[in-house]
Design a protein around this ligand. Structure first.
Ligand code: XMP
Length: 546
């Protein structure tokens, strides 16, 4: 059976991935492609609908990304958004002008609710605008279906040809009726059934992997992170014992993390896969001795990780396939520029160069992060692993300022475990209180691509950080414990909220939580007599300390 799909043609807009996310929220599979896709390529894909994104250019600039008239004559419904709307108007003979007043931000749009695209929405609603040019005259056959105070054509359509355009951005959460508009386009106008579900993804992927791999040998570098874990379990369901997972414990993991990963993927776990846990802790501590410069530390850790993985792979011998946990945001090509590069995913230090394999398998390359999490739950992977917060490849190595030693690793592991335990407790208490009182609970957590994620159907308080951890400063200071003077380390605690990890603010954790965590760490972690709270935003700070 063919997978029904919508394609998004990217004209360089900021929200291209967000459009695809929203379409997938309608349970319709969606892919983002550069605008340079040819008409034949588009036809071959057999999309149920096409969405043209926004972009920073002006249609009159000859170097601007463009499309041909044929795109609109395929008989496939098209929705143009912002620049995509102007392009539709321009290419089909309408007029686009530079607006005397640019509209930016929240704007009131009045829409013709008799229009199919706007069925069921409010006649006037807030929508997100970001444009300088505007459609001054619609092409022949089109009707104006929406306007704002400054924009005579905020929406237009040619119903017969199934061509629709909106000047505003329905994909962003600030557009009140945006999601309903996209739903109307995808389900009603394009006629999609909406059967893209994670359970069918799992079934289909396992079947395809079985066919592809046959009796080949597969190798997977397992980090214990969400993506590699989900990829490994999918593969194990498909080819069972033909899969070998190598998990390198570099001694820079969080407390008990190595055992937790082994309990799921090791011989006692539910998946019965060939699992090799390499205890390389002392090797790493040895290599890191005397290394204090942050970049050099990262380099040493990345390099050694690959060497050890290669050594283990060498013992297994030639493999047919290497598994990588690449996900969709890593592979989407940018619409602009002729030499669009595909970003590669570097879990720890990149791909090993000397491991011999025939092909790389990336079973998650079409999924967004929250879809990967859904697949993880579908596969029965414990929630604790599925909802793990991001953890850097170099691990605690970048959370210990200065030289890494086994003793410092112990300190930061223990402090971090207490911190995480207390946050868990505070969240549970918050949930009990709010759910008991019957009040509306929490806000959604925003994922890396700016979408709201409802983690496993649970709610979180507003202060819930997206990432939080303990780090060890390289500073010692004087304290008093009992009747004795101490001269111990200071632990720094961090809790940040962020959509994309490029910028971050600090979470306003409740005061009682701050005091409890501080008290427990200085009392329970030997070698620590001071706790400092790092409230630096990014920028100017970074999330990790090194
Ligand atoms: P920074 O410290 O740059 O971190 O503000 C941004 C996000 O990236 C994570 N991070 C890493 N992830 N390998 C990774 O896989 C790395 O070397 C690495 N360094 C930072 C960090 O945890 C945060 O989520």
């Amino acid at each position: 059976m063919k997978q029904e799909k919508i394609i998004v043609l990217d004209f360089g807009g900021q929200y291209n991935q967000l459009i695809a996310r929203r379409v997938r929220e309608c349970s319709v599979y969606c892919e983002v492609h550069p605008y340079t896709l040819s008409i034949d390529q588009i036809r071959d894909m057999e999309p149920m609908g096409i969405i043209l994104t926004g972009g920073p250019n002006s249609v009159y600039d000859p170097s601007s990304p463009s499309c041909t008239k044929e795109l609109f004559a395929l008989g496939i419904p098209v929705l143009g958004i912002c620049y995509g709307a102007q392009l539709m108007a321009y290419v089909l003979g309408g007029r686009v002008l530079t607006a005397p007043v640019s509209e930016y931000g929240k704007t009131i749009v009045t829409a013709d609710t008799k229009e199919r695209l706007f069925e069921g929405i409010k006649e006037t609603s807030v929508a997100w605008m970001s444009h300088t040019d505007y459609i001054a005259e619609v092409p022949e056959g089109f009707h104006v279906t929406g306007h704002t105070d400054h924009c005579p054509v905020a929406a237009m359509s040619d119903r017969e040809k199934k061509l629709y355009a909106v000047q505003f951005h329905p994909e962003v959460v600030h557009s009140e009726e945006g999601f309903r508009i996209l739903r109307n386009f995808v389900l009603d106008i394009c006629g999609c059934a909406g059967d893209w579900r994670m359970d069918s993804f799992v079934e289909k992927t396992i079947r395809e992997l079985k066919e592809k791999i046959g009796d080949g040998k597969v190798l997977c570098a397992l980090s214990g992170g969400v993506d590699s874990s989900v990829a490994a379990v999918l593969l194990s369901k498909a080819v069972g014992e033909q899969l070998t997972c190598v998990f390198v414990d570099h001694g820079l993991l969080r407390k008990n993390e190595g055992d937790e990963v082994e309990s799921v993927f090791g011989p006692e776990g539910p998946y019965k896969l060939n699992f090799i846990r390499v205890d390389a802790r002392q090797h790493f501590y040895g290599k890191l001795a005397g290394v204090t410069e942050p970049e050099q530390k990262r380099h040493v850790i990345g390099e050694e990780f690959i060497r050890i993985f290669e050594k283990e792979a060498g013992k297994i011998g030639a493999v047919d396939y290497l598994v990588q946990g690449t996900i969709y945001p890593d592979v989407i090509e940018s619409g602009l520029g002729d030499s669009a590069t595909i970003k590669s995913h570097h879990n720890v230090g990149g791909l090993p160069e000397h491991v011999s394999f025939r092909e790389i398998i990336e079973p998650l390359r079409m999924l967004f992060k929250d879809e990967v999490r859904k697949v993880g739950l579908e596969l029965g992977i414990p929630e604790k692993l599925v909802f793990r917060q991001p953890f850097p490849g170099p691990g605690l190595g970048v959370r210990i300022i200065g030289e890494v030693t086994e003793e410092k690793v112990r300190i930061v592991q223990e402090a971090d475990a207490i911190y995480r335990e207390e946050i868990d407790k505070a969240v549970s208490a918050w949930r009990r209180k709010h759910e008991d009182s019957g009040a509306e609970t929490g806000s959604d957590v925003v994922s890396a691509d700016g979408c709201k994620v409802n983690f496993g159907g649970k709610n979180f308080p507003d202060w819930m950080p997206d990432q939080y951890f303990a780090a060890l400063t390289n500073m010692r200071s004087v304290g008093v414990m009992g009747d004795f003077r101490t001269y111990d380390y200071a632990v720094a605690l961090r809790a940040v909220q962020t959509d994309d990890f490029m910028t971050a603010s600090c979470s306003a954790l409740p005061h009682d939580l701050l005091f409890t965590v501080t008290g427990r760490i200085v009392n329970e972690v030997k070698g620590v007599n001071r706790v400092l709270w790092d409230l630096t935003f990014k920028p100017p700070g970074t999330i990790e300390l090194e």
